[in-house]
Every structure is written in C-alpha cells, then in structure tokens.
Design a protein around this ligand. Sequence first.
Ligand SMILES: Cc1cc2nc3c(=O)[nH]c(=O)nc-3n(C[C@H](O)[C@H](O)[C@H](O)COP(=O)(O)OP(=O)(O)OC[C@H]3O[C@@H](n4cnc5c(N)ncnc54)[C@H](O)[C@@H]3O)c2cc1C
Length: 451
Amino acid sequence: MVSGKAKKELARIFGKRLKEDLSHRIAYSFDATRISYPPELVAFPLKTKEISLAVKTAAEYKFPIIARGSGTGFSGGAVPVEGGLVLSFSKMRSLEIRKQEMIGIVEPGVITEELQHEAEKYGLFYPPDPASLKNSTIGGNLAENAGGPRCLKYGVTKNYVLGLEVVLPDGEVISIGRGLQKNVAGYDLISLFVGSEGTLGIITKAYLRLVPKPPIARSIRADFKNVRDASTAATAVLYSGILPSALEFMDKESLKAAGEYLGKDISADASLLIQIDGDEKSVNSQLKRIAKVLKEYRPIDILVSTSDEEEEMVWKLRRSISSAISKLKPIKVNEDIVVPRGKIPDAVDFIYQLAGKQSIDVIVFGHMGDGNIHVNFMIEKEQSESASGAVEELFKWVIEQGGSISGEHGIGITKAKYLESQLGERQTQLMREIKRLLDPHNIMNPGKIFS
Ligand SMILES: Cc1cc2nc3c(=O)[nH]c(=O)nc-3n(C[C@H](O)[C@H](O)[C@H](O)COP(=O)(O)OP(=O)(O)OC[C@H]3O[C@@H](n4cnc5c(N)ncnc54)[C@H](O)[C@@H]3O)c2cc1C
C-alpha cells in the first residue's frame, strides 16, 4: 500500500507524470497472460535519477515497485500482483549506435525492432528476435532474457549484453560491465540481472553487442503430411553439419490460423521453416544441401524464398501465429518448454497424446532447432482444470527428460509453483537467498518467480 506521505514524495519526483486515475491503473494492470491486478500508481520516468529516487521512496515506505516495458510478457512478470507503483519506460527511449565499437547503448523503453533497424543503418545486426519485436522493449527483453527464432545460431539476449546500468532495490545506481567486449573481473553480475524478471533491480541502460549484418537471409518452408516426419526431419537437419539461423516448426492449426490472419489459404499437416543467412553463394549451396536432407522425410512440398519480399512474407506468417491463435478459443494456456534436441520428436508425440487424453485442443509451434516448443492448450473456461492437469503432466515429463519448463517466457506468476520441481530445493533456496540479500524488504516486483 502506497501511503499518502509516500505519494507526496512521488509527486515531487514525477510531477504530472505520476498517474492515479482508473484508466492508467487498468491499462497497466495486465500483460499478455491477461491476468490483471491494478497498481495504485503509474509513473513515467525520464531519467535514471528519478527512478533511483522513486526506489529509495519505495524502500523507505515499503511499497512494491514494478518495472514495465510493453506488457507483452507471457508469464505475468509485469502484473502488479501486490499493487504499488508501476514504472513505465515509454519516455526513456534514447538509442545510440557506436559503429567503431560495434555496440548499441540503449535505454529500457527502446522497442526491439527500433534497435534492429537503427543497427542496420550502420551495416550492423542485433540478432535476438522475439516474435513480439514490433512491440516488446529492450528492458523487457533483458529482464526475461528473451529468445526468438534466430537464437539457434546467434544465442539469446544475454549473449549480447556487455554492460548494464541498474538501480538496486535500495535506490543505489550501479554500472556493470561498461560495454567492454571482454571482462571477467569478479562474479558475472550481468548474467544475474539479465533474466531476473524485474525482481532484483531496474535496468536503466544497456550496452549491447552488435555483429556485422549478414548480406542475405533466405528460407525453406517444407510441408509434411504428418508431424512425426517433420520433427524427425528437423533433427536430421540439425545433425547434417549445417547451422541454420532459424529452424521453426508449425503444426496444422497454427499454419491455418496464421494463414487466415494474413488472408492466405495455407493447409499442411506440419511445416518446417528453415533460414540460412550469409553471403549469397554460401546461402544457396546450404539451402540445396538442406533440401536434400529434407527430401528423405517425404515432404509434400518445398518452397524456397527468392527475394527479400518473399522472405519477409514467410516470416510474417511465423510471427503472426501467436496473435492469430489467441482468437480461436476464450483461453490460451501457453507454455514454452525445452527438451534436449534428440527428444524433439518424442516431445511432440507426447504433447498431442496428452491433449487427447485430457480432451482439449492443442496447437504446437516454435523454435524446434533449439528444442524450445510452444505448447498452447486452447480451452473453454470450463476446461481450466483439465488444462492445469495437462500442464502439470507436461512439466513432469519435460523435467524427467532433462528439459526445462521455460525457454524464454520466464517464470513470473504462471510457473512459480513448478520452479522447485525443476531446480530442486538447494538451488531454489540459493535463489531466494540472493533475492533476500539484494531486496530485503521484498519491494522489487514481489510475488514473482517463487511460490
Ligand atoms: C505475440 C507474442 C510473441 C512473443 N514471442 C516471443 C518470442 O519469440 N521470444 C520470447 O522470448 N518472448 C516472446 N514473447 C514474450 C514477450 O514479448 C517477451 O518476454 C518480452 O521480452 C517482454 O517485453 P516487454 O517489453 O513487453 O516486457 P513486459 O511484459 O512489460 O515485462 C516483462 C518483465 O520484464 C520486467 N521489466 C521490464 N522492463 C524492465 C526494466 N527496465 N528493468 C527490469 N525489469 C524490467 C517486468 O517487470 C516483467 O517482469 C512474445 C509475446 C507475445 C505477446
């Protein structure tokens, strides 16, 4: 609860950029999970100093403080479950590219795609590409350690972080890393803050590594008559000695829904979308080798993009799936499990059998190349219990296979009760101790990660 005295201090810091009206409280109450808890206040900082003062106020008066990007999170990370103050970074969007150093220096409110476009103007490339890149912020990407299709070849967000400015839960501002390409002085605090879901501190600036932009990218879409052929073909491509920049899987319903969303008629039981980037000659020769591997698994069609426009179109289809399928049923229970690559075909079989057993619809797509599969149980309200049962059984199976309950969406509130079953007691306790050490009053995004 934010006391009257605390509100006065916050008003002194933010002036008219502090909002208490119902429309702001509702607008900042939910994320893509649609779970909703209104905050008491929303503020729009312009600089780190204001954030530091607001956090000092929260530490003194003991109220929750929740960092928020664009609210596209899929695990409830930005949902203010215990009320308090939401900080929106929509006015902190400065972005500088240093070409010689090959780094981008960004404030947290920069939209992922803005950074990518700006880097491209200098012949540089920021590879992490969550499907939400037109809306998600760099702050949210850092806090969730976001992934995306290209992470197969290029790695996830944390692989591009060279430095961070963080406001700690006592309001002190620290600079970690300073943008150096190499730095092993002390423990790796960058890795601690990246992926910490706004529970350990607020990221106010990041130094991000950029790489040379590959001259072209082209993709193969291969349609199969069943899911098993597609998933087995995917593993064969991975073992073929070629590393695609992306290897995605789409099942029948995801293809159909994304096709309709884009006004196209697409029908196949399963598809793989495989992207190669680099110089033209090498891209063409690798695509030919991949097509040869795929042909051993009886594809019904193989399409290759031959221009930037066709390439954009085929990836638009892939990136539209999540939004397209949301319209199919009242509730989408969306999980992003990871299994070891060799277990991908078994995982896909297991998911369909599980949904059949619980009599619920399931839509499967995702980053098959790195074993990260998006499992969407599509349900009516009255099927919630069956879906919870399916999720529990899915996570149990995934953990038994040596996998993970989340590859990119984070734990937030939706997976908090399962975390210990994956990590075990000691690791979970260690994480709780780290949280207590940094945030003894539990003001920084409380109610997340740990049940
Ligand atoms: C259609 C769709 C497709 C998606 N596809 C992908 C995908 O391919 N890959 C993927 O990884 N994710 C994906 N996501 C999930 C989501 O977009 C990512 O998790 C993204 O990183 C969230 O960014 P955001 O700005 O919306 O953050 P929010 O949802 O606002 O916040 C997410 C978390 O970050 C914290 N946070 C935000 N800013 C800061 C900050 N400055 N300092 C500290 N903590 C902060 C919040 O407190 C919260 O815990 C998708 C979501 C949608 C809706």
